[in-house]
Design a protein around this ligand. Structure first.
Ligand code: PEP
Ligand code: MG
Length: 885
């Protein structure tokens, strides 16, 4: 079973190109692909993800067969390059990089310049004719290897470099000459010896295996785990390891390194976009150590920057690069994120992958590429991550608001965010957990900050370009980000900072505008987004390709209106209890609950009837012509009870019953397990007058709207928490009776449906019988998950995170349907229900109705619609289209 595949250097049969990403990882597959289509890729080999999984599971040593395969693959590189690994006269150096199935930018480890030691560095100096370059590469190698493989703190080395520069009176790294680097190498080796009590490894093979081991281990690093959790990447995929001949961007002024996108990843604009540095290695660009320069002349001029763009400084290499951009976009039919190096004027490709992008850019690119004939509509629909649309559905800064601008940085990730300044990731996480909006402000971010970036509403950095870690990660997460705002200086000791002239401290409120890079004092007002342009185009395509309808869960006319603007095609769940909490009617609700007998309840219900009728009338008016599913009262009654002394006193005065009596009644309503207690249809069975009032309100409202507009709504009356057919039979009869009474009084008839929620396992099992009395089922997967798993939806947060981390459930089952388990009940109930009633209407109204993976499942089992909260409606429309394609 082969574990090593080669690429580049004319390898054919045994090429990594024959293997897919699951085996050789994304980076390995794309390197092989680029080599295969004739692009200049330094030769190399890939150790499979399977080997990583085996190594992490079994630990211990690498097998003899793997060692032999690596040896053979190394010989492939040596033959292609014409240099030998460890040759003291003219050494082959390699890079060792991670590469999982999907890219996890910066989360795993990389080692460059591997193969250098005290002997080979001399050889490299001679063979390259550039001792400065050789010693610069060696010090880079010792620093990176010591950090990544030997586990030493990188600050030890950075501090030594700073001191060396100061001692020599230098400002920038480029001022350091060969003897300075050589002296620094001596110093670095001393650091390793004193920290570890042994010398820096000199054997290139020992170095190579150390690096391979470190890359595999980095799959299970804390930051990689956090990234996987945030991005739903399974922990058992593992990473591949790519070992590749080094090419050097640090061989003087005809050498360079850069990162580029074939289109703008922030806006989607069709313009090359990127950053580069002369006489540097790749890490310098992404780590934000030097501020990179613009790739194109146009971008440089637009920014008013001085240092020449690559287009101007290296026109020949730039022209080659632009040709590669065109070729790669055509080949992959997608925007590419590219790493390249120019070694003494010659261009080398080090990576290509489909670039991460903001939601706005994703939409623009998808729509543009259809117009360019690069992709078809179906591909465009599949290109956009439905969850990313969320970014576009949120407010942006009001253009007419005044801005107290403190500084301007780079617009690294769009969107607007206001919040309290926090200066480290842990604090960001803590304060966000308490519900505070925070902005993470750092000199630069590193992968260890990922949890804080996720917790923050926005990210501001003093250093780093548009392709810095902060920028890439923020765009991926949809967090607004302003990077490289050099006017920001932070004093961690006093937890204060200066932005421009202004003194601020942790906790002060600032606002970021990720669209232009503005950093502003205080909170700037926002406006609602407009859903037009590319968004509208893609949504129209999605609507054409989906089968399922998309409804919304809403109970106020405002929410209904917003959901309609988002494209909702009806209401899938109107939770009537939300209408009971309204301040103007809560006392009537409480009076109803605390009444001693039916007469008392009816008196209170009579006060509620006109209020409910008005609620329904308003909703029917907004939803004219669309189905509206109204659920009768569901929660345990004590949820409405007064809590404080003041509440009791107020209620006592309002309804004329003594506080003591009220308290006694409230005490009687106590339940040990209210979620499994007196709630749902059990309320309707025991207090039929409540459901009767609600049904009456619904039919009276429908008749009123029909009389007014001539356009009669079709109410769908839904009975919650049914377990047996008998419950539904009794309550359906009650609803029908009430309808007939109202129709007789009003002198008109309205079409309506009576159906039930399927949210208990028994109901799912008995769906065949229940369908005799129901014309529709709506899967209440919140309760169905709770009751099937035996996990309280209100208490699960405390233990579900570790459950997900340990892979017990792949995702939080209250967020993404437990398809394996709960899914079986849904599928079975749908089948049994439809056996009884062929035209049974099927929908879902639990939270899962807005989750793309769950929506795909709903498509598979043939539901007619999903219902989601208003902001999730566009997400559901797109996800439903993707599921249907
Ligand atoms: C459900 O249980 O899935 C549901 C939609 O009802 P609620 O969340 O109101 O219990
Ligand atoms: Mg429920």
């Amino acid at each position: 079973n082969k574990q090593v595949y080669t690429f580049g250097g004319g390898a054919r049969d045994d090429s990594a190109r024959s293997r897919d990403k699951t085996i050789v990882g994304g980076k390995g597959a794309n390197l092989a692909e680029m080599a295969g289509i004739g692009l200049p890729v330094p030769p190399g080999f890939t150790i499979t993800t399977e080997e990583c999984v085996r190594y992490l599971a079994e630990g211990g040593d690498f097998s003899e067969s793997l060692k032999a395969e690596v040896q053979a693959a190394l010989a492939h590189i040596e033959a292609a390059v014409g240099k030998k690994f460890g040759d003291p006269a003219d050494p082959l150096l390699v890079s060792v990089r991670s590469g999982a199935r999907v890219s996890m930018p910066g989360m795993m480890d990389t080692v460059l310049n591997l193969g250098l030691n005290d002997a080979t560095v001399e050889g490299l100096a001679t063979s390259s004719g550039d001792p400065r370059f050789a010693w610069d590469s060696y010090r880079r190698f010792i620093q990176m290897y010591s950090d990544v493989v030997l586990g030493l703190d990188h600050h030890l080395f950075e501090d030594a470099l700073e001191i060396a520069k100061e001692d020599n009176g230098f400002y920038a790294d480029v001022e350091m000459e060969a003897p300075h680097w050589q002296a620094l190498v001596r110093e670095y080796k001393g650091i390793v010896e004193s920290e570890l009590g042994r010398s820096f490894p000199q054997d290139p093979h020992e170095q190579l295996w150390g690096a391979i081991r470190a890359v595999f281990d980095s799959w299970d690093s804390d930051r990689a785990k956090v990234y996987r959790r945030l991005n739903d990447i399974p922990g058992d995929w593992g990473t591949a390891v790519n070992v590749q001949a080094m090419v050097f961007g640090n061989m003087g002024d005809t050498s360079a390194t850069g990162v580029a996108f074939t289109r703008d990843p922030a806006t989607g604009e069709k313009a090359y976009y990127g950053e580069w540095l002369v006489n540097a290695q790749g890490e310098d660009v992404v780590a934000g150590i030097r501020t990179p320069q613009y790739l194109t002349k146009a971008a440089r001029e637009r920014a008013g920057a001085k240092p020449l763009s690559m287009e101007e400084a290296m026109p020949a290499a730039y022209a080659k690069l632009a040709g590669v951009f065109e070729l790669l976009e055509k080949h992959y039919r997608d925007m590419q994120d590219i790493e390249f190096t120019v070694e003494r004027g010659k261009l080398w490709m080090l990576q290509t992958r489909s670039g991460k992008r903001t939601a706005k850019a994703a939409l623009k690119m998808a729509v543009d590429m259809v117009a360019e004939g690069l992709i078809d509509e179906a591909t465009a629909i599949k290109r956009v991550d439905p969850m990313a649309l969320d970014q576009l559905l949120h407010p942006t800064l009001d253009p007419s608001a005044t801005r107290d601008v403190l500084a301007r940085g780079l617009p690294a990730s769009p969107g607007a965010a206001s919040g309290a300044i926090v200066l480290d990731a842990d604090t960001a996480e803590k304060r966000a957990e308490r519900g505070e909006a925070v902005i993470l402000v750092r000199v630069e971010t590193s992968p260890e900050d990922i949890h804080g970036m996720h917790a923050a509403k926005g990210i501001l950095t003093a250093r780093g370009g548009m392709t810095s870690h902060a920028a890439v990660v923020a765009r991926g997460m949809g967090r607004p980000c302003v990077s490289g705002a050099s006017a920001v200086s932070i004093d961690m000791a006093s937890r204060t900072l200066k932005i421009g002239q202004r003194e601020l401290k942790e906790g002060d409120i600032i606002t970021l505008d990720g669209a232009n890079g503005d950093v502003m004092a205080g909170k700037v007002p926002t406006i609602e987004p407009e859903l037009v342009g590319d968004f509208g185009t893609l949504m129209a395509w999605a609507d054409r390709h989906r089968r399922m309808k998309v409804r919304t869960n809403a109970e106020t006319p405002d929410d209904c209106r917003m959901a309609r603007q988002f494209g909702a095609e009806g209401i899938g769940l109107c939770r009537t209890e939300h209408m009971f909490f309204d301040a103007t009617r809560i006392s009537a609700v409480r009076q109803m609950i605390l009444a001693e007998d039916e007469a008392g309840r009816r008196a209170a219900l009579a006060k509620l009837l006109p209020e409910q009728r008005a609620d329904f009338q308003a909703i029917f008016a907004v939803m004219a012509g669309l189905p509206v599913t109204i659920r009768l009262l569901d929660p345990p009654l004590h949820e409405f009870l007064p809590h404080s002394e003041a509440d009791f006193t107020e209620l006592s005065e309002a309804i004329g019953i003594g506080v003591d009596t009220l308290k006694r009644r409230a005490g009687e309503l106590h339940e040990f397990n209210p979620m499994l207690g007196h709630r749902g249809c059990r309320l309707g069975i025991t207090f039929p007058e409540i459901y009767e009032m609600q049904a009456r309100a619904i039919f009276e409202a429908a008749c009123a709207v029909a009389a007014e507009s001539g356009d009669a709504p079709v109410p769908e009356v839904m009975i919650p928490l049914v377990a047996t057919r008998k419950e539904l039979t009794i309550l359906k009869a009650l609803v029908d009776r009430t309808a007939e009474a109202v129709f007789a009084e009003q002198g008109r008839r309205i079409d309506y449906l009576v159906g039930t929620m399927i949210e208990l396992p028994r109901a799912a099992l008995m769906a065949g019988e229940i369908a005799e009395d129901a014309t529709f089922f709506s899967f209440g997967t919140n309760d169905l998950t709770q009751t099937t798993l035996g996990v309280s939806r209100d208490d699960a947060a405390r233990f579900l995170t570790p459950y997900v981390e340990q892979g017990i459930y792949p995702r939080d089952p209250f967020v993404s349907l437990d398809i394996e388990g709960v899914g079986q009940l849904v599928e079975l109930a749908a089948e049994r229900g439809r056996q009884t009633r062929g035209d049974l209407k099927l929908g879902i109204c639990g939270e899962h109705g807005g989750d793309p993976a769950s929506i795909a499942f709903c498509e598979k089992v043939g539901l007619d619609y999903v219902s989601a909260s208003p902001y999730r409606v566009p997400i559901a429309r797109l996800a439903a289209a993707q599921a249907a394609l």
